[in-house]
Each structure stands twice: as structure tokens, then as C-alpha cells.
Design a protein around this ligand. Structure first.
Ligand code: SAM
Length: 300
């Protein structure tokens, strides 16, 4: 009888685990197909040709319009790296997109960077772009899931993530993986979109066409998880006002029927204007907010 109970429990657990994995795989494939832009690298190359950029000498600034997929682009990444003083660090960028932040950290802060992203197309594009601008030895990219990082414990000095956790349903697993791969003196740097409690936003947003792949939470939820994991917030900054300013400026600058030749519209597609407008309105109405910050291990 006792053995039979153990067997039934084992089968139930196995069934539950299999269902969880199945649900996660479905979610990941929705996220991947939302971001998927077939032929992305060639598209960027074609735009550079149209702009008369010498393809034998492409520099980071030539691709700056497209390579950082978050509000305020490289500017905010540079500010965060300065504040956290992360010179020469070994960095993991989770949800790295097409790799602009890694290239910036490698080029300007002497970091050795690895980016990981669910999207195969983004990862392939990221590696090719790094090669194009001569930074392939210090910025490498792998395809993978933030919830199951393919790195040993305590590997990185810095774990970095920007505009990613909105797509992550299992926040506990996400932040536990961050904590696991950080070394003893490591820091976690984030720049994210959060929402006020119990508020709905209008879609499409730059990270989702609807609520199916969007899991917005207040930053206080992240903070509670980190406190339990033994990390403390060293500082945080509300980036909402600066975000509103730049979004208003960009939307005003783009004529109604014309999008930039090499801008984030390449990643956001035909609904770029609608996504940016919904993001701007959500920020202005106080439903969502942009926040950056740094976490360290307790007693460090
Ligand atoms: C808005 S983009 C931001 C890209 C990059 N962080 C940047 O700022 O340029 C969000 C990225 O998160 C990635 N992502 C979402 N969920 C993920 C997961 N579970 N694991 C790895 N990457 C994920 C998406 O594929 C996408 O590239």
C-alpha cells in the first residue's frame, strides 16, 4: 500500500512537471514569434547600404538607432554602467536582444560580455553585428532561456537586464537564476518597465501584442524576491520622466507616414507608432513606470 502511494505521488509529480514544461515551451514560442524578424541582419545591412555606410568599416554609431531595444537606448546604458562602476567586468546580459548593450559595455567599459536571448534570429544577428563592428572577441551571444541559464554558479561579476522581465511569468525562477550565476561580489543591474498594482495597460506594447506574453508587476515584488534571496537594493532611480521626454521627442520627430531608416521600427514592425504611443500614454497616466537600479549581496 505504502509503495503504491509513493508510486502515485511520483506519477502525479511527473505529470505536473510535464505540464509545467509544456506550458513554458508554449509561452517561450509565443515570445519568440512576437520578436521574430526573419532576415534581420540582412535587413540592417540593406539599410546601411541605403545610408551609404562603408560596409568594410562599420562602427557602433552607424547601428546605434537599432541596437539597443529599450527607452533611451545607449544613453541610459552608459549612465547605468558609470553609476555602477563596472569597468573590466565579466558581464551577462539576460534578454540581450541584438546585443547593443553588450557591445557598448565591451567597447566603452572594457567588459567581457555574454548575452543570452530566447530569439535565435536576435542571437544570430547579435553575433554578426559584433563581427561587423570588430567586437566579436568581447561580446558573444547564445540562444537560451533566462529561466534556465546555461552557466555554472557564481560565474559573473555583473548580471545586467533591460526591458525583459515584462515577458517573464515566473519571476521567482528568473531572479533566482540571476542570484545563482552572480559571484560573491557580483552586482545585478536592471532597467525595467513596472506597473502600479491592479492596473491594466493598453496593447500593443513594444514587448507584447496582448496580455498573453506580458506579466507586468510592481518593482516591490522584485524587491521582496531579492530580499529572500539575500540581495539588497543598493540604489534605484525612477527613469519615467526621462523616458516620457524621449518618447515624445521621437514620436514628434517621425512624420506620420515615415519611419526612420535604421531605427527600432526595424524590430517593432508596422505597429511601431502604436506601440510607442501606448507606452508613452501608460507612462504619462502613471499606470506603468521605468525604473533602474542595482542590487548587491548582503554584507558586501
Ligand atoms: C524589449 S527586448 C530588450 C532587448 C535588450 N535587453 C535591449 O535592451 O536591447 C526584450 C528581449 O527579451 C528577450 N526575452 C524575453 N523573455 C526571455 C526569456 N525567458 N529568456 C531569454 N530572453 C528573453 C526577448 O527575446 C527580447 O529579445
Amino acid at each position: 500500500m505504502f509503495v503504491f502511494h509513493i508510486y502515485i505521488n511520483f506519477v502525479d509529480n511527473l505529470k505536473q512537471k510535464t505540464e509545467e514544461i509544456h506550458t513554458m515551451n508554449i509561452l517561450n514560442s509565443h515570445i519568440e514569434s512576437f520578436y521574430n524578424r526573419p532576415n534581420l541582419y540582412n535587413e540592417i545591412i540593406n539599410r546601411l547600404k541605403e545610408m551609404d555606410v562603408d560596409l568594410s568599416n562599420v562602427r557602433r554609431k552607424d547601428i546605434a538607432g537599432v541596437d539597443e531595444f529599450h527607452v533611451r537606448g545607449a544613453q541610459v546604458s552608459q549612465e547605468l554602467a558609470e553609476i555602477a562602476n563596472i569597468k573590466n567586468a565579466k558581464v551577462l546580459d539576460i534578454g540581450c536582444g541584438i546585443g547593443g548593450p553588450c557591445r557598448m559595455l565591451a567597447d566603452e567599459f572594457g567588459c567581457n560580455t555574454i548575452g543570452i536571448d530566447l530569439s535565435e534570429e536576435y542571437v544570430a544577428t547579435a553575433n554578426l553585428l559584433s563581427k561587423l563592428v570588430g567586437l566579436e572577441h568581447v561580446s558573444k551571444f547564445v540562444q537560451g532561456d533566462a529561466l534556465n541559464l546555461p552557466f555554472p554558479d557564481s560565474t559573473f561579476d555583473v548580471v545586467w537586464t533591460q526591458h525583459v522581465q515584462m515577458n517573464v511569468r515566473d519571476k521567482l525562477k528568473f531572479y533566482s537564476e540571476v542570484e545563482r550565476v552572480l559571484n560573491d561580489k557580483g552586482v545585478f543591474i536592471y532597467y525595467e518597465v513596472f506597473k502600479k498594482e491592479n492596473i491594466d495597460v493598453r496593447y500593443p506594447m513594444p514587448w507584447a501584442d496582448d496580455g498573453k506574453i506580458s506579466f507586468l508587476e510592481p518593482s516591490s515584488s522584485m524587491n521582496s524576491i531579492f530580499e529572500n534571496l539575500g540581495l539588497v537594493k543598493e540604489q534605484s532611480m525612477d527613469q519615467t520622466e526621462s523616458g516620457i521626454k524621449i518618447l515624445e521627442k521621437s514620436l514628434n520627430r517621425i512624420p506620420k507616414d515615415k519611419l526612420p531608416r535604421l531605427g527600432l521600427n526595424i524590430l517593432m514592425g508596422v505597429s511601431t507608432r502604436e506601440k510607442m504611443t501606448n507606452l508613452l500614454n501608460g507612462l504619462k497616466e502613471g499606470k506603468i513606470y521605468l525604473e533602474s537600479g542595482i542590487y548587491k549581496r548582503k554584507n558586501i
